[in-house]
Ligand binder design. Structure first.
Ligand code: AMP
Ligand code: ZN
Length: 112
C-alpha cells in the first residue's frame, strides 16, 4: 500500500484523529492553513473526485455532513470553508480524496 491516507486509515502512520466511523475518518491537517484545519476522508481508497461513482452518493453526503458537524463541534459555526482539490491543476497533492475544512480566520475569494 503506498497511499499515505490509506496508511493513516490502517493506523500505520499516526494522525491527530478527531472522528472515526465505519466509512470515514477525520484528522487534523499536518500543515494547517488556518487555526482549525482538518480533513475528512473516506476509509476506502478513492484517488480523485473524478473517481467517485454514482454508488458513492451516500458516502459523499456523509463526508459533507461529517465536515459540517465537526466544524460546529470545533467552534467554527460562525463561518468556515470546505474545499476538495482534484488532480494537479486543482492543487491536489495526496491522491486519496479528502475534504479540507478550515476555520477561525477570515477567508477570501477567489482562493488563488
Ligand atoms: P491536497 O493538496 O488537497 O491534496 O491536500 C493534502 C493535504 O494533506 C495537505 O493540506 C497536507 O498538509 C495534508 N497532509 C499531508 N500529509 C499529512 C499527514 N501525514 N497527516 C495529516 N495531513 C497531511
Ligand atoms: Zn488511499
Amino acid at each position: 500500500m503506498d497511499c499515505l491516507f490509506c496508511k493513516i486509515v490502517a493506523g500505520q502512520i499516526p494522525a491527530r484523529k478527531i472522528y472515526e466511523d465505519d466509512q470515514v475518518i477525520a484528522f487534523h491537517d499536518i500543515g494547517p492553513q488556518a487555526p482549525v484545519h482538518f480533513l475528512v476522508i473516506p476509509k476506502r481508497h478513492i484517488a480523485t473526485l473524478n473517481d467517485l461513482g454514482e454508488d458513492d452518493r451516500p458516502l459523499a453526503g456523509h463526508i459533507l455532513f461529517t465536515a459540517q458537524r465537526l466544524a460546529r463541534e470545533l467552534g467554527c459555526e460562525e463561518g468556515f470553508r470546505v474545499a476538495m482539490n482534484c488532480n494537479e491543476l486543482g492543487g491536489q497533492t495526496v491522491y486519496h480524496i479528502h475534504m479540507h475544512v478550515l476555520g477561525q480566520r477570515q477567508m477570501h475569494w477567489p482562493p488563488g
